[in-house]
Design a protein around this ligand. Structure first.
Ligand code: MF3
Ligand code: CO
Ligand code: CO
Length: 292
C-alpha cells in the first residue's frame, strides 16, 4: 500500500512556483486552510484526458444500450457478459473488469439480493420479476468510464419496482447536490442517505463510488452516506462516479459462501438491493454526465 507523506496530507494543494494563483487555487487553498480535505493536482484532469474519458463514456453508454436492447427473460447472465465483451471489443474497447484483481468476466450482473459484483454464469437464468444491475466499465485508448443500470425482467412486484425507482432517485439526488462545484463528498452522501431513509431503505456503507478516468478506481472515495462538509472537496476537472447501493432492509452486506472468487456481495438479511451508476465530470457549472 502506498503511504502518502505527512507533508502531502497536510498541504495537498499548492500553486506551482512562478504561477499566479487562479480563482480556483484561491478557493481550494481557503478550504484547505479551514482543515478540509482538498484534492491533489493530479486529480484535476487535463483537456486531453477529459476528451479521452468522454469518448470512453460514449462507448460505455453504447454497451449498456446494447445490453438494454437484448436483455430478456430466459437468458443467462453469461450471455449478457458475452454481449458486453463482443460489443466492447468490436468497437475498439476493453472491458475493464475482465481479469481485474481476479474478476473472471467482462461485467457485473447482480440479481435481486446481490448488492454488486455479481459474476455472470450460465446457471443464472433471468426470470420474470427479477431486478438485475448490469455494471460495465469500458477502457478506450487507456481511459475509463464506469456506469450501471437496473433492468426489470417482465413484470415485477410493486416492492421491487419502488426499490429500483428510489435507487434511481438517490443517484439523481446526489447529482443535484453537484449542481455547483466546491461541494463535499459528504454533502452528496448526506442527501442520498436522507432520501433513502425517508423511504424506509438503507444505504450500503462497505462499498462506494470513486474517482475514475485515468484508472479504474482513483481518489476520492464517494461514500453514499455521511455528514455534510466531510470528505473531499469536488472541484472543476475532477471525474468520479456516484453509484449508491440501496437495500430494502438493513445496510449490512456479506460474501457468498459458494463463491471461490470472493467477489460477490449479498445483502446480509437477504432483502433486495438496487443500484444505478454514472461517471461525472465536475465543471464550473456543476456535474456533467459522461455516461449518458
Ligand atoms: N464497476 C464496479 C464499480 O462501479 C467495479 C467492478 S470491479 C470488477 O466500481 F472487477 F468486479 F469488475
Ligand atoms: Co461500475
Ligand atoms: Co464504479
Amino acid at each position: 500500500m502506498h503511504m502518502a507523506s505527512t507533508k502531502r496530507i497536510k498541504n495537498r494543494w499548492f500553486v506551482p512556483a512562478g504561477l499566479e494563483p487562479t480563482e480556483m487555487d484561491l478557493k481550494i487553498l481557503a478550504w484547505q486552510e479551514k482543515g478540509k480535505i482538498v484534492p491533489t493536482r493530479d486529480l484535476i484532469k487535463t483537456h486531453q484526458q477529459i476528451e479521452g474519458i468522454r469518448q470512453a463514456g460514449k462507448l460505455n453508454t453504447a454497451v449498456l444500450d446494447h445490453v438494454a436492447e437484448h436483455i430478456h427473460e430466459g437468458m443467462s447472465t453469461l450471455q449478457i457478459d458475452q454481449l458486453v465483451y463482443d460489443f466492447t471489443t468490436q468497437h475498439g474497447g476493453i472491458p475493464a473488469p475482465l481479469h481485474y484483481e481476479g474478476f473472471p468476466n467482462s461485467c457485473c450482473t447482480s440479481i435481486n439480493d446481490v448488492v454488486c459484483h455479481g459474476i455472470p454464469s450460465e446457471d443464472d437464468i433471468l426470470t420474470e420479476g427479477d431486478i438485475i444491475n448490469v455494471d460495465c466499465t469500458t477502457i478506450l485508448n487507456g481511459y475509463y468510464a464506469d456506469a450501471s443500470r437496473m433492468f426489470i425482467i417482465g413484470h415485477t412486484t410493486p416492492e421491487r419496482q419502488r426499490l429500483v425507482d428510489v435507487a434511481w432517485d438517490c443517484l439523481k439526488e446526489g447529482e443535484k447536490v453537484c449542481a455547483n462545484p466546491y461541494v463535499f463528498v459528504g454533502d452528496i452522501g448526506n442527501a442520498i442517505a436522507r432520501l433513502a431513509h425517508s423511504h424506509g431503505y438503507s444505504v450500503v456503507r462497505d462499498l462506494c463510488g470513486h474517482g475514475v478516468g485515468v484508472d479504474f478506481h482513483e481518489e476520492p472515495d464517494i461514500v453514499h452516506y455521511g455528514r455534510k462538509g466531510t470528505g473531499m472537496l469536488l472541484v472543476p476537472g475532477m471525474t468520479f462516479t456516484i453509484e449508491p447501493m440501496i437495500n430494502e432492509g438493513d445496510w449490512e452486506v456479506c460474501g457468498d459462501a459458494e463463491d471461490p472468487t470472493e467477489w460477490i456481495v449479498l445483502t446480509e438479511d437477504g432483502t433486495d438491493s438496487a443500484q444505478w451508476e454514472h461517471t461525472y465530470l465536475m465543471t464550473e457549472n456543476g456535474v456533467e454526465i459522461l455516461t449518458h
